[in-house]
Design a protein around this ligand. Structure first.
Ligand code: GLV
Length: 326
């Protein structure tokens, strides 16, 4: 029997390729740049499976042009690039990669927090510049992280991984979420629930870990920033559109908050020029980018595809109603 045809929009990593190739006939996008839209549409036309990155929009239009498609497997936990409702309507299973990137992402949020608080970007530039004159008492003095209040917005797996790291830094942990965590979790992580406005007022670092949903789009606007302490920092490793970038630039320019550590942007890969400031540490969407974790993510997406085509339930289905119907 012919193997199901799959298009992967990336060469993936060898372990993921092995998983896929055992039961699928796979075509890979081998170029370094992301596939242009017309190319993607062309490649997916006759495919039954798609393995895609968060840079590819799986839209109604794409699905319409790929009538044989049965699965769109995202190599990411966030799936705002996938129109899940359109997938469901067309009987296409959508999957993501939850769980495997939580610790790595929390590590990176921590990296940004440390870097912006301790002015690592500026320090690194000075050390490389060749003009460093040596140690000085007030040189690039930053602010302590240890002992401060960490406010976590979104207390899912990644938010909780952030909280776990805070105890070694003797930090006070407060969090907000649409759903309050069970008491046992709060106790274990020594995390106190706050309403959003109270969290903003009490935090020295506000770290964002919510998914991009209609209700979180633009969540951080001027009204939120003005509730933060002028000495506080914003850290965002979730999705760019959760933060209104123009409003962030305005409060940074006005000195209403102390700085920001950002991994994600409203219109990636475009970065608002007003964010290129000394008190902002910028990263190019790297939070899950360790070889171990990215390999696990790719393998997970491959396993989702292989499971579907072998008649099993893919482990990370976003629209289970599609499977119930079949
Ligand atoms: C990365 O941003 C992801 O959603 O996995």
């Amino acid at each position: 029997m012919a193997k199901p045809k799959v298009f992967a929009t990336h060469g993936l990593f060898e372990p993921a390729r092995q998983i896929l190739e055992e039961s699928c006939d796979v075509e890979y996008w081998a170029q370094a740049e992301r596939p242009p839209r017309p190319e993607l549409m062309q490649r997916v036309k006759d495919k039954e499976g798609l393995v895609c990155l968060l840079t590819e929009k799986v839209s109604e239009e794409l699905l319409r042009g790929a009538p044989n498609l049965r699965i769109a497997a995202n190599v990411a936990v966030g799936f705002d690039n996938i129109d899940v409702a359109a997938c469901t309507k067309r009987g296409v299973v959508a999957t993501n990669t939850p769980g495997v990137l939580d610790e790595t992402t929390a590590d990176f949020a921590w990296t940004l927090m440390m870097a912006v608080a301790r002015r690592l970007g500026e320090g690194e530039a000075l050390a490389r510049s060749g003009i460093w004159q040596g140690w000085n008492l007030d040189q690039l003095v930053g602010t302590d992280v240890w002992g401060k209040a960490l406010g976590i917005v979104g207390f899912g797996r990644i938010g909780r991984a952030m909280a776990r790291r805070a105890s070694g830094f003797q930090m006070k942990v407060i969090y907000t979420d649409a759903v309050r965590a069970p008491e046992a979790v709060e106790k274990e992580l020594k995390a106190e629930f706050r309403e959003m406005n109270a969290l903003l007022a009490d935090s020295d670092f506000v770290s964002v870990h919510v998914p991009l949903l209609p209700e979180t789009r633009g969540l951080f606007d001027a009204s939120k920033f003005y509730r933060m302490k002028p000495t506080a920092f914003l850290i965002n490793t979730s999705r760019g559109p959760v933060v209104n970038e123009a409003a962030l630039v305005a409060v940074l320019e006005a000195g209403k908050i102390a700085g920001a550590g950002l991994d994600v942007y409203e219109n990636e890969p475009f970065i608002h020029p007003g964010l290129r400031r000394a008190n902002v540490v910028l990263a190019p969407h790297l939070a899950s980018a360790s070889l171990e974790t990215r390999t696990k993510m790719a393998c997970m997406a491959a396993q989702n595809v292989v499971a579907l085509f072998s008649g099993q339930r893919p482990p990370n289905v976003l629209n289970p109603e599609v499977l119930q119907e079949s």
